[in-house]
Design a protein around this ligand. Structure first.
Ligand code: ATP
Length: 600
């Protein structure tokens, strides 16, 4: 574990070693006074010893004080270095985690849950601070204190020193047992903590829905179950550790356990002197506190070990299949060939039921589809038929289980995700806005765009009206997750992003989900700007909006049921006829596909 963590310290590794060395010197300085105390006490207790001269007494007292100062200085300096190394390491681990998560399929990342990810990124990585800033240097130093003291004891009187050592084996046995017991319970404890984190984040995010649908009791039940599980697993872990903790905290400081009765006997028998016994008993009292501190660091090791292993596991998940090649496709036609896909659910913590566990059903069952360049293809189908999944696979959020997806004849796995992203604009139902200015949110579409270009895209996306209402216009902040804007306004900002990006392929996933009759015309114009002269894939529930699409593909239960124009499908496809019948009477807006430009 130490090696794993130290591999992230980089050039600051020497700081950690220097901190440990300084603290060790500090420890030596804290033990030296016992020697001077001994030199002061010995002449007092031993009648045959010549009296200590006043000058000798003064310099010994001064040396004791100096040792105290030296200990404080070295300890503070050591702590400073260890913290510097620790916080640089935390930064390195976080950056490394982010770098290793980024190339992983979106499903793998989202599968962890936002609560667990937050816990990993913030809390678990933070706990490495304890290891590097304290457990390692302070632990070593605190372990060294007893070692130094025992050596000093042996120098004074080896027989009494051996008696003082008697408590050590029992104390260390208890510590080892606690460590082993702690490790065996750690998995459940740790995973129940992650699950509780996810549930709490979900509970808070879903508060609105819970309130609206009066589901307080139901969702509180899940919340309560996970909180209870965490309590139970934590207590389970503590209960496994408590008896051993009680044993070592009692036994370890008791260096006098055998040294006092047997030592007194030795003094009476003349095997040892009274001065030596007093000194050894005094030194014994100095062992307990550092030994318990060192061991208390040890008790955190199982937890830390588990967290670091979990971090390593998260970082080592296989990345998305992609190559470093740029886009070299012959055109922007799209081909899905026998695509099969399953969402991989993360298994839950041991003993905790994950609602998705065991339900990893295949979602797409061999989808084959040809989308010509420059055309408008609509994907329709009942809810859950796999339309959005197909769109997400096209933008390579996930890898297919089998089959292939090609853009201009080039497999998506044969190009980098960055290269693919340059070719495709994907506008999802709910586009995420960062809490920065609307200008910067739109500029994400093309980072090198000037303010004027961003403004032009915003105007084309029909944002002018609501931007005029905002006090700072395009420079207004979007708020947390874009909460300062309505759903329709957020949608138009994301359309502006796509207009600015001007990619040759556009995927609109329910892009009109937030359209109301009043904004219908504006949204249609905005979408027309995005899809002008592009290869367009539209996912739509409102069939009236896509009747003029070049091609309509009907998906049913993860398969392509039929493909053709509106007229052809109405004549031939029972699935489409059913959808059309259901759509009749719904919103009356329509797509017209024209050469050189399309309008909705
Ligand atoms: N992240 C996910 N994890 C697990 N299963 C998922 C996930 N997203 C979708 N699914 C499942 O995959 C299937 C297809 O979902 P998809 O969103 O592609 O359907 P859709 O046709 O777009 O539906 P809708 O029209 O309601 O948006 C559904 O059964 C859904 O439950």
């Amino acid at each position: 574990m130490f090696e794993k963590v130290l591999s992230y310290t980089g050039s600051y590794k020497k700081y950690t070693y220097a901190a440990a060395a300084l603290m060790l010197l500090g420890v030596a300085a804290s033990v030296l006074p016992f020697l001077f105390i001994y030199q002061i006490i010995e002449p007092l207790l031993d009648a045959g010893h010549p009296a200590l001269a006043a000058g000798d007494l003064i310099w010994r007292v001064a040396a004791i004080a100096m040792c105290g100062v030296l200990y404080a200085v070295l300890y503070v300096k050591g702590l400073g270095l260890s913290h510097e190394s620790a916080y640089h390491t935390l930064k390195n681990i976080r950056v490394s985690l982010q770098g290793k998560l980024e190339p992983q399929p979106l499903g793998t990342i989202q599968g962890h849950g936002s609560g667990a990810l937050k816990q990993m990124f913030i809390d678990d990585i933070e706990s490495v601070e304890l290891l590097l800033a304290h457990a390692l240097p302070e632990g070593i130093a605190n372990l060294a204190v007893p070692v130094f003291i025992y050596i000093a004891m042996f120098l004074v009187d080896w027989k009494l020193a051996l008696l003082s050592l008697c408590s050590l084996p029992l104390g260390l046995l208890a510590t080892g047992a606690m460590y082993i017991g702690g490790m065996s319970k750690m998995g459940q404890y740790f995973e129940s903590g992650q699950k509780m984190n996810n549930t709490i984040v979900e509970y808070i995010n879903g508060m609105e829905v819970v309130k609206v649908f009066n589901r307080d009791g139901e969702s509180y039940k899940r919340f309560e179950t996970d909180v209870k599980n965490y309590r139970d697993f934590t207590l389970d872990w503590y209960k496994a550790s408590w008896p051993w903790m009680a044993l070592y905290t009692t036994v370890l400081p008791c260096a006098a356990m055998a040294a006092l009765p047997l030592g007194a006997f030795f003094v009476i028998q003349g095997y040892s002197t009274l001065a030596d016994l007093v000194l050894i008993l005094c030194m014994g009292f100095g062992i307990g506190a550092p030994l318990i501190k060192a061991v208390s660091f040890m008790s955190t090791m199982p937890q830390l070990n588990y967290k670091i292993s979990a971090l390593e596991e998260m970082m080592s998940a296989p990345p998305l299949r992609q190559s470093a090649r740029s886009f070299e496709g012959r055109d922007h036609s799209i081909s899905f060939q026998n695509v099969r896909f399953t969402y991989k659910a993360n298994s839950g913590a041991a003993g905790i039921q994950d609602p998705l566990e065991g339900k990893q059903d295949e979602v797409l069952h061999g989808v084959s589809l040809e989308i010509p360049e420059g055309g408008l293809t609509a994907l329709v189908g009942e809810s859950g038929s796999g339309k959005s999944t197909l769109a997400k696979l096209l933008v390579h959020f996930y890898d297919v289980d089998s089959g292939s997806i090609r853009l201009g004849g080039q497999d998506l796995c044969d190009m980098s995700v960055e290269a693919l992203n340059n070719e495709i604009s994907y506008v999802a139902q709910e586009q995420f806005l960062f809490n920065m200015s609307l200008l910067e949110n739109i500029r994400l579409g093309r980072p090198d765009a000037s303010d004027e270009e961003v403004m032009a895209a915003a105007i084309k996306a029909q944002c002018s009206e609501f931007l005029a209402r905002l006090p700072l216009g395009l420079y207004s902040m979007a708020g947390d997750s874009g909460k300062m804007l309505s759903g329709g306004e957020r949608q138009r900002i994301s359309l502006a992003r796509a207009i600015l990006k001007n990619a040759p392929v556009v995927v609109l996933d329910e892009a009109t989900a937030f359209m109301d009759p009043e904004n219908e015309e504006k949204m249609n114009q905005a979408i027309a700007e995005v899809i002008r002269e592009k290869t367009v894939i539209v996912i739509a529930h409102r069939l009236h909006s896509i009747v003029n699409a070049d091609q309509i593909c009907v998906l049913a239960e993860g398969r392509v049921a039929a493909c053709g124009t509106h007229k052809e499908l109405l004549a031939q496809s029972s699935d489409y006829q059913r959808l059309w019948a259901a759509a009749e009477g719904s919103a009356q807006w329509k797509v017209t596909a024209e050469k050189g430009g399309k309008t909705l």
